[in-house]
Design a protein around this ligand. Structure first.
Ligand code: AKG
Ligand code: FE2
Length: 164
């Protein structure tokens, strides 16, 4: 089964962000929550140790992805944003094998990294446009207290660079 996605702030469909989910039900997308902006800033502070970079980070969209046991995500770049600000990724539930590649193409060199529940991954600076994907989910690896019985949720927050 493929990944199921819901968006916050701005609705994403390949190549474009909009305020309405025109390819789903036409509804206006939910507001981007303030707590998620705060979480994004904490993540940038952890990753960069730069309080100014953290204070200036104001994500306005997030893709919330649900992976079932056999879901995968192919290698891609996150490049529909007009801002070069980092992408902050948060993982909940089952561990996945995350493939973090280079900025030129989907092929090697890449690194396979286990992203477990509670892990945070920041794509910033020269790595902002690195190709990446999810090659497999490791069923049954979620900690009992994470609130998700099976599968994996990943939230990637971004700065669209769009107004309005
Ligand atoms: O699930 C992940 O860790 C990555 C998600 C992703 O790359 C995306 O939503 O663009
Ligand atoms: Fe991505």
């Amino acid at each position: 089964m493929s990944v199921q996605t819901v968006c916050l702030g701005w609705h994403w469909q390949p190549y474009a962000y909009s305020r309405e989910a025109t390819d789903v039900n036409g509804n206006r997308v939910l507001e981007f929550p303030d707590w998620m902006v705060r979480l994004g800033r904490k993540a940038i502070l952890e990753a960069t140790n730069d309080p100014l970079a953290a204070a200036n980070y104001t994500p306005d969209t997030a893709l919330v992805n649900y992976y079932s046991d056999d879901s995968k995500m192919g290698m891609h770049q996150d490049r529909d944003e007009q801002s070069t600000q980092p992408v902050v990724s948060i993982s909940i539930g089952d561990t996945c094998q995350f493939r973090f590649g280079n900025t030129l193409n989907r092929n090697k060199p890449y690194e396979d990294i286990a992203l477990a529940s509670g892990d945070l991954f920041v794509f910033g600076g020269p790595a902002r446009l690195a190709y990446h994907g999810v090659t497999k989910i490791l069923p049954g690896t979620a900690p009992a207290e994470c609130g998700l019985a099976s599968g994996r949720i990943n939230i990637t927050m971004r700065v669209t660079g769009l107004d309005g």
